[in-house]
Write a protein that binds this ligand. Structure first.
Ligand SMILES: NC(=O)c1ccc[n+]([C@@H]2O[C@H](COP(=O)([O-])OP(=O)(O)OC[C@H]3O[C@@H](n4cnc5c(N)ncnc54)[C@H](OP(=O)(O)O)[C@@H]3O)[C@@H](O)[C@H]2O)c1
Length: 250
């Protein structure tokens, strides 16, 4: 029998929080590398509109809040109805609340911080990993923070969530490795984005002074680490937290 070989399946990436910052850079890169990309955030915006117009078939954005498990399940349902598979999840979205001393942080704010920054990624990871397990594997990359590794005042709840996510990375690498799913974290130090606009010039200068490489990262340097972790060159790396911080934690 003659006939042409079936077209290779175009892989599907889910990126949480792909409307701006690091998430938007990752969405752009993945699309230009040939992935189909699905993302969500609470609000859309210029990047989402532009990307949806440029890549109507390969890009999906929906409104969803990481703090709402039902919305995350609706979103992953949409992804599977549209693309039928998930090959990569980048747990990128997070909220960094303004600095707040722990002794005066209300229980509601503790619960809200953990719900958004830890429970949300867990719910999303579970839905995506189930889909990956049905198609023979995939990978999960979680954007952590050096707050998971070192103490910084005023961010205890954010640090708890990020350290928790690094623990999840190691546990899931064990649990999902036999299913062909690699699980890693990328752990950035400071880089410029909307998340860090509140950082004062004094604090920024202090960070630069304490960083062996003498500056903060660009968002592209963090995206480079994600690109490496998801590449075939990293095919034997799992369960790792890869720190990209110019040496500030060394
Ligand atoms: N910037 C840094 O210096 C730094 C350092 C270490 C680690 N990180 C980590 O890097 C990742 C990306 O940070 P970034 O600086 O690129 O942040 P960013 O510029 O503030 O962008 C955050 C993205 O996540 C979305 N998002 C936030 N809260 C959400 C929610 N509750 N539900 C759904 N989407 C939500 C935002 O859209 P909406 O607001 O419209 O929802 C946006 O698309 C985060 O995990 C952050 O913790 C950043």
């Amino acid at each position: 029998m003659t006939g042409s070989a079936p077209a290779p399946v175009r892989p599907v990436a889910v990126v949480s929080g792909g409307s701006r910052g690091l998430g938007a850079v990752l969405v752009e890169r993945l699309l230009s590398d040939g992935w189909r990309v699905a993302t969500f955030s609470r609000t859309g915006g210029e990047f989402v509109d532009r990307t949806a117009a440029a890549a109507p078939d390969a890009f999906l954005w929906e409104q969803a809040d990481l703090a709402d498990p039902a919305a995350l399940r609706r979103f992953t349902g949409s992804v599977l109805r549209r693309y039928g598979r998930v090959d990569l999840l980048v747990n990128n979205a997070a909220v960094l609340p303004g600095p707040e001393l722990f002794l005066t942080t209300s229980p509601d704010r503790i619960a809200a911080g953990i719900t958004t920054n830890l429970t949300g990624p867990l719910v999303l990871t579970q839905a995506c990993a189930r889909a990956m397990s049905r198609t023979g594997g995939g990978q999960i990359v979680t954007i952590s923070s050096i707050n998971a590794l070192r103490g910084f005042r005023g961010v205890a709840v954010y640090a708890a969530a990020k350290a928790g996510l690094d623990g999840v990375t190691r546990a899931l690498a064990r649990e999902l490795g036999p299913l062909g799913i690699r699980v890693n974290s990328v752990v950035p130090g400071f880089f410029d984005s909307d998340l860090t606009t509140d950082v004062t010039d004094t604090d920024r200068a202090r960070i630069e002074r304490r960083t062996p490489l003498g500056r903060v990262a660009t968002v592209h340097e963090i995206a480079d680490a994600v690109s490496f972790v998801v590449s075939p060159q990293a095919s034997f790396i799992t369960g790792q937290s890869i720190v990209i911080d110019g040496g500030i934690t060394c």
